[in-house]
Design a protein around this ligand. Structure first.
Ligand code: 5AD
Ligand code: SF4
Length: 474
């Protein structure tokens, strides 16, 4: 295997004040139609950042005349875009890679590639080199724009290759995209993370926080509007710190959101917000524009001040609750969701009770809940703890019961109301039932013609269930 560059987590932690280089994606004209009569299959794990990256990788493959398949047996190229956030996510990928071994035995020409966050970790790459020798290409999050070069090399030279950079990260503009949806699109507004929450591997795998210049973002959104897109979701690990890295002009997330809202796309969403950077201006912009959706995902992680401090979250329970109050006052119809970790090192029953109390007071209408997972190379990996896996599981169970009440209450408040729904398409189980999302991000099922897919329609909500709403087309 050719090992051009291997990951280095220590190096990936460095943050110098070096300027972000912005470059344009350049096509290598020597690589042409290498996908003719060939099929690819991509399996994407993890967050929306990975889903957005997959759309870029697909765009590159389609530009080379590859076509997509979801049948493993007929794939010439299988790429797994991986997530490193928790051990469970990584184990899934290793399981998948193990399974691919027998497929490759049947089809020795099959190329297997691994991308995303896992290749950014030394331990993962060592494990792949040792136990998964059937993998042909390993590349990380910083060099997606080079993927076709790697693929061409492997196809021509019949050798395997590892190329992972542990740099702070730059920005490549005008990357090709093959978007998953016809009317909903992800738009990256920034990359990386500088928060260094002590449990989290992301600042190491995705590099420093760097914002895209507004001109590029506006241009991308204008194109999406021209193509008939109804909804965009602005993406960043912490969108609220958008623009803080610009040295030459003052332009914050609230400014960007207002400018994009003015362009007139029917729906704008954004994720994820760090509570410490949620400005009053931002709350005002969300309240002011009807096309900025009344839905905020605001990860809290814990309700205990002691745990929050150990997590390096930079706010207290009270500060979080004050922010939540302010949001409810200015945007009364908003829906809030959150992320919570249980079983963080040293978390006691009292700490956990603080979390339950915060959940009750915040009136969350949903939450992603996790058991703390030790990530090698992060500060928390060295913290001692007496939280056993059993205690953590039991806390997760209690937390989920409370969170589910929030889901149900959040849905119930729409019973008897008429809401706007962006129609996704037929539901998975019944052909004549359509499914779609409300402005508050609630799932609605209702009878209707499939031609409505991609349109925003009025739906009367007859009945609220815990996870969805049943409605009737108006
Ligand atoms: N263990 C458990 N959950 C984690 N998250 C991030 N790192 C870890 C970890 N080491 C959760 C956080 C974050 C979400 C995307 O994943 O709640 O907000
Ligand atoms: Fe991880 Fe914290 Fe950054 Fe979110 S804000 S990606 S949890 S380090």
């Amino acid at each position: 295997m050719i090992k051009n560059n291997l990951p280095d987590l220590k190096k990936a932690r460095k943050r110098n004040k070096i300027e972000t280089i912005i470059s344009e994606y350049t096509k290598n004209n020597k690589i042409k139609d290498i996908g003719l009569n060939k099929k690819f299959l991509i399996e994407t794990h993890g967050c929306q950042a990975n889903e957005a990256d997959t759309e870029v990788i697909k765009g590159m493959l389609v530009s080379q005349k590859f076509t997509e398949t979801n049948i493993l047996e007929e794939a010439d190229l299988v790429l797994i875009n991986t997530c490193a956030i928790r051990e469970g996510a990584e184990n899934k990928v290793f399981g998948e890679l193990g399974r691919l071994k027998s497929f490759k035995r049947l089809n020795p020409n099959m190329i297997i590639a691994v991308s995303g966050c896992m290749p950014q970790e030394e331990a993962t790459v060592e494990r792949i080199l040792k136990h998964y020798k059937h993998v042909d290409i390993v590349f990380g999050t910083h060099n997606i724009d080079q993927f076709l070069e790697y693929l061409n090399y492997v196809m021509v030279e019949k050798k395997s290759l590892i190329e992972v950079f542990s740099e702070q990260g730059n920005i490549t503009e005008h990357l090709p995209h093959s978007r998953q949806h016809k009317f909903k699109a992800w738009v990256n507004i920034m990359f990386g993370c500088d928060e260094f929450c002590t449990y989290c591997i992301v600042p190491y795998t995705r590099g420093k926080e760097r914002s895209r210049r507004k001109e590029y973002i506006i241009e991308e959104v204008k194109e999406l509007i021209e193509q008939g897109y109804q909804e965009i979701t602005l993406l960043g690990q912490n969108v609220n710190s958008y623009g803080l890295d610009f040295e030459d002009y003052n332009y914050a997330f609230a400014d960007l959101l207002a400018d994009l809202a003015e362009l007139g796309i029917p729906r704008i969403r954004f994720t994820t917000s760090h509570p410490k950077d949620f400005s009053d201006e931002l709350i005002d912009v969300i309240a002011q524009y009807d096309n900025v959706m009344p839905y905020i995902h605001l990860p809290v992680q814990s309700g205990s001040d002691k745990v929050l401090k150990k997590m390096n979250r930079k706010y207290t329970k009270e500060q979080y609750l004050t922010l939540v109050d302010k949001i409810y006052q200015k945007i009364p119809h908003v829906s809030l969701t959150t992320d919570i970790i249980v079983g963080f090192p040293t978390e006691t029953e009292e700490d956990f009770q603080e979390t339950l109390d915060l959940v009750r007071k915040s009136k969350f209408e949903g939450a992603y809940t996790f058991i703390y997972s030790r990530r090698k190379g992060t500060p928390a990996a060295t913290y001692e703890t007496d939280v056993t896996p059993e205690i953590a599981k039991e806390r997760l169970h209690r937390l989920n019961e409370l969170v589910n009440e929030g889901y149900a209450t959040g849905n119930k408040r729409f019973e008897g109301q008429t809401v706007k729904v962006l129609v996704e398409g037929p539901s998975k189980t019944k052909e004549d039932i359509l499914t779609g999302q409300t402005e508050n991000n609630k799932l609605v099922n209702f009878k209707g013609n499939i031609d409505l897919a991609g349109q925003i329609v009025d739906v009367y909500i007859k009945k609220a269930k815990t996870w969805s709403l049943d409605g009737e087309l108006k």
